[in-house]
Design a protein around this ligand. Structure first.
Ligand SMILES: *Cc1c(COP(=O)(O)O)cnc(C)c1O
Length: 226
């Protein structure tokens, strides 16, 4: 299957869910996760009309950005060590894995005065030990503590569901993230509009969209693995 064929299938799925839910397809952004593939394949993804690209390791993230920019909107989706922050600031427009104040502080320090980084707070909704992210009980305090970092904008929340053969089993995780998002959004914080939900991957994006995802992060089902 080519990226064009895969994208058509994924878009058909998105459309089907959006029609059922009375949502606009435009509200669901596809982040093409290119971490398993080459620069050439990432370029093919851009050529196929995808604009959001996601990477999870700093060195490779920078290599792809250098080869392909100014095309693309760049999403850093993996855990980010503070000492690697300087490699990606000014290049990546979105961070999906903000989970500690020390990282926010380093980002705020490295961003230029007029730069703002769109951040998703990663939440470990399922409670799986292997998963990164804040405990849901820590979220509100964490977000209020971020107010001092003027270059950090909390655009939404992100989670990863456990892998299940049956994607239906991921539903409680996604529903839980949506409820947390609704709660934070209702606080109407200037630095944290928190309107977005980054959730859903190759195996479970349909369920995630049913539960309100606005950014789905899709790798293997879209650009394959090399
Ligand atoms: C790898 C990865 C994805 C994409 O995974 P697929 O199952 O290949 O779609 C999405 N989100 C994160 C955080 C990832 O690390």
């Amino acid at each position: 299957m080519s990226i064009i064929d895969n994208l058509k299938t994924i878009k058909d799925n998105i459309k089907e869910v959006c029609v059922q839910q009375g949502r606009s397809e435009q509200d669901v952004n596809i982040v093409a996760v290119t971490k398993y593939v080459s620069i050439e394949t990432a370029r093919n993804a851009l050529d196929a009309g995808l604009e959001h690209l996601g990477e999870n390791r700093a060195e490779v993230a920078v290599e792809k950005w250098e080869a392909l920019q100014p095309r693309g909107k760049w999403h850093f989706i993996g855990s980010l060590q503070s000492r690697k922050v300087k490699q990606i600031v000014g290049k990546y427009q979105y961070l999906h894995s903000l989970d500690r104040l020390s990282l926010a502080k380093e980002l705020d320090k490295r961003l230029k005065d007029n730069e703002v980084l769109n951040c998703f707070i990663q939440v470990n909704v399922s409670g799986e030990e292997s998963k990164a992210g804040l405990h849901p009980d820590q979220l509100e305090k964490f977000i209020s503590d971020l107010a001092v970092y003027k270059k950090i904008r909390v655009v939404g929340l992100m989670t990863m569901a456990p892998f299940y053969e049956d994607p239906e089993l991921t539903r409680p995780t996604f529903k839980g993230l949506r409820e947390l998002r609704d709660h934070i959004q209702a606080l109407q914080l200037d630095h944290a509009p928190c309107t977005e939900l980054s959730m859903g991957m190759s195996n479970d994006f349909k369920v995630a969209i049913e539960e309100g995802a606005t950014y789905v992060r899709i790798g293997s089902a879209l650009v394959g693995r090399e």
